[in-house]
Design a protein around this ligand. Structure first.
Ligand SMILES: Cc1ncc(COP(=O)(O)O)c(C=O)c1O
Length: 333
């Protein structure tokens, strides 16, 4: 059989997770937390199951959950997003990214990917017959080289995938970055796929810049989130996509034939849990304390800690990468 992904092997997460199991090592390969999901949320899933919420959910997600999310995003970013038309609940963010790409990409379309990038982006583009056009981020801060992004745009550019806060670099897009992207979108009607799964993981008072807060960007965007990342429940594979009416409609056409709907009791539980914003609003402080603790432990090790104006840009996941690089360099360098 001719492979549709001939150059792609088993991904690094699977390889490293397998090795971590084999050697009983700490698994730094995948970004999952080692602390518990809140008891309240777990109880809410249990209750939903006991109440019999165990059959297929509506295709875009249960209205209660979409309403709760619409409230959250209207209050956080002042955006015009409506439960009925703009929010689709998905089985995780990775699925939503795939579905957004499947919705817009035709053979030969180019998609700008800022590298290093979350590993699903490129295969997801290739499998649709698209062409990934990679633009390197500027190490060590992983800031965006806007001149290079502009140079990479051609008449075939269909979309750009952005990811802020960034995995693995920890870079948080600034207002200036958003305005640079806006200039591009004003010039060329390209789509924006905005991976914002780490929206609440900004540190040292930094604010997350969401595409939802920029109406001109949002008009062409699929904005993607993950409940797994926010509520420490990565194994639940629950996420959502927010998009303007027309795009949302096309996204749902794909979604209805991919998974149709997703986990019903978890949707009821999440709708209930989202009534209180504290758990997600306190997330920055929670992770910042962990970041500070981790930094206090590694300060005396032979690793370079990169700082930018405004503070360290370390995130739990780019610490992971830095430690990997460090170990690689110690072994090979
Ligand atoms: C940047 C980024 N996007 C998406 C995901 C996946 O989210 P989900 O587990 O909801 O598919 C991850 C997981 O590591 C990620 O780092």
């Amino acid at each position: 059989m001719r492979s549709k992904l001939p150059d792609i092997g088993t991904n690094i997460f699977s390889v490293m997770t397998g090795m971590a199991r084999q050697y009983d090592a700490i698994n730094l390969a995948q970004g999952f937390p080692d602390f518990a999901v809140s008891d309240e949320l777990v109880d809410a899933v249990h209750q939903a199951m006991q109440k019999g919420m165990n059959q297929y959910a509506p295709m875009p997600g249960i209205p209660e959950l979409r309403e709760a999310l619409a409230l959250k995003y209207r209050s956080l970013y002042g955006c015009h997003c409506h439960a009925e038309t703009n929010i689709t609940i998905t089985p995780g963010a990775t699925y939503a990214i795939y579905t957004a790409l499947a919705t817009i990409i035709e053979a030969g379309d180019e998609v700008i990917v800022l590298e290093p990038a979350y590993d699903s982006y490129i295969p997801n583009i290739v499998v649709q017959g698209g062409i990934p056009v990679c633009v390197p981020l500027i190490a060590p801060t992983f800031a965006i080289d806007w001149q290079k992004v502009n140079e990479a745009i051609t008449s075939r550019t269909k979309a750009i995938i952005m990811n802020t806060p960034h995995n693995p670099g920890g870079y948080v897009w600034t207002k200036e970055d958003m305005l640079e992207l806006q200039k591009i979108v004003q010039r060329r009607q390209i789509y924006v796929i905005s991976d914002e799964v780490y929206e609440h993981l900004t540190f040292d008072g930094r604010k997350h810049e969401s595409v939802l807060a920029y109406p001109e960007l949002y008009a062409n965007a699929f904005v993607i989130y993950s409940f797994g990342k926010v509520f420490h429940a990565t194994g639940w594979k629950m996420g959502y996509c927010i998009a303007p009416d027309g795009l949302s409609n096309e996204f749902r056409k794909m979604h209805q034939f991919l998974s149709f709907s997703c986990n019903t009791p978890m949707q009821y539980a999440l709708a209930e849990y989202l009534k209180h914003p504290e758990p997600y609003l306190q997330l920055s402080d929670f992770y910042e304390a962990k970041r500070d603790f981790f930094l206090s432990l590694i300060r005396d090790l032979p690793f370079t800690i990169h700082e930018r104006s405004g503070g360290h840009i370390f995130k739990p996941w780019d610490m992971t990468k830095s430690v990997h690089w460090g170990i690689k360099n110690l072994q090979h360098g």
